[in-house]
Design a protein around this ligand. Structure first.
Ligand code: FES
Length: 358
């Protein structure tokens, strides 16, 4: 992944619901290879707002076959970037965009006939929609079941697009809506996608053993409930893919543990490779982690959430050891391959080499 931002023009701002818009970007021919994406991946967007360098990750909602680069942004209470995007953006504006990245994806194969299931809550539909469309467009003999939770009908993002997809892929796409504030005739579809509801659905509606992969994105408690229900039913972990947008703030004990880890690493030598250049720094525990040390040394190391969720700060540990705090952003395969989240890592010992280009 290139670590840099590129200035892209917004070709369309489309209102999806009262508090969500989607943005489509024009990608110049020269940048098309760099901005080619896998379904389910996201973009890091950057803007200067109120004098701050604000970065956020937003999932792509298109399938690669659709030929457009589009993300959806839901306004969150007090959200600087999401408020700006929902109120102040118009077509023709230019935005700083990092090339697509993220591991919430799947390799679809035209020869495969499978059944995919998506659990989405609110704006969690965005990457799931990308995967859903890609599955149905790529694998003519596969089907997809979407279970989609929202507050009420007016808050359903992509309601019309989903209805059109259902017509287009008749017999291959099933969509079940769950609304918290509206009464449905069938009791199963009323209320939140909580643990009890998930268990009920997996026992009565979804033939768990026949499912090729589950894609889960939405509020944390919903994701935890679905994940636990699936693992309790013996579904293999590699078939359960999760994409978290947010996590709870670390508690006091976690903050203290992080500070203690950083203190032990005081003075350690860390070598960083970024955009082909190599640079050695001395770890300063006051800065907390490798990412902040890199940036304080003037290296434009990439980041967005700084909370262990988005994996924008991912680097490959080429030698030495690190201790990593929260990790919601890397898959087990990436961890096994030596990748670390630099916003969560401190060196252990002195021969640490981290390659951001790796
Ligand atoms: S910046 Fe998001 S995981 Fe490190």
């Amino acid at each position: 992944m290139s670590t840099g931002f590129h200035a892209l023009t917004i070709s369309q701002v489309r209102r999806e619901t009262a508090d969500a818009v989607s943005l489509c970007f024009t990608v110049p021919d020269a940048l098309k290879p760099l901005f080619a994406f896998k379904p389910g991946q996201h973009l890091t967007l950057r803007a200067d707002l109120d004098g701050q360098d604000v970065r956020r990750n937003y999932s792509i909602c298109a399938a690669p076959q659709e030929g457009e680069l589009r993300v959806a942004i839901k306004r969150v209470t007090g959200g600087l970037f999401s408020g700006f995007a929902n109120a102040g953006l118009i077509a023709g504006a230019v935005m700083e965009v990092m090339p697509p990245h993220g591991a919430f994806t799947w390799t679809f194969d035209p020869a495969h006939a499978g059944h995919y299931v998506g659990f989405a809550g609110g704006s969690g539909i965005t990457p799931v929609l990308s995967l859903l469309k890609t599955a149905l467009l790529t694998e003519p003999n596969s089907r997809f079941t979407l279970l989609y939770g929202n507050r009420d009908t007016s808050s359903i993002i992509f309601l019309e697009e989903l209805a059109a997809l259902k017509d287009r892929f008749m017999g291959r796409l099933s969509i079940l809506h769950f609304l918290e504030d509206e009464e449905e005739e069938v009791e199963l579809f009323n209320g939140r996608l909580d643990a009890a509801k998930c268990a009920d659905l997996l026992d009565r509606v979804i033939p768990v053993a026949d499912v090729t992969a589950f894609f889960i994105c939405g509020p944390g408690p919903m994701m935890d409930a679905v994940e636990k229900s699936l693992l309790d039913r013996g579904v293999a972990r590699e078939k359960v893919l999760l994409e978290r947008f947010t996590i709870d703030r670390p508690d006091a004990a976690q903050v203290a543990a992080t500070a203690a880890r950083a203190a032990e690493a005081a003075g350690a030598k860390v070598t960083l490779v970024l955009d082909g250049r190599r640079r050695s720094i001395t770890f300063d525990p006051a800065l907390g982690n490798i990412l902040e040390n890199a940036r304080a040394a003037g290296l434009p190391a990439p980041y967005a959430c700084k909370a262990g969720v988005c994996a924008t700060c991912r680097g490959k540990l080429v030698s030495g050891k690190v201790e990593m705090g929260a990790n919601y952003g890397l898959t087990q395969a990436e961890v096994d391959a030596g990748y670390i989240l630099t916003c969560q890592s401190v060196p252990v010992g002195s021969d640490v080499v981290v390659d951001y280009d790796g």
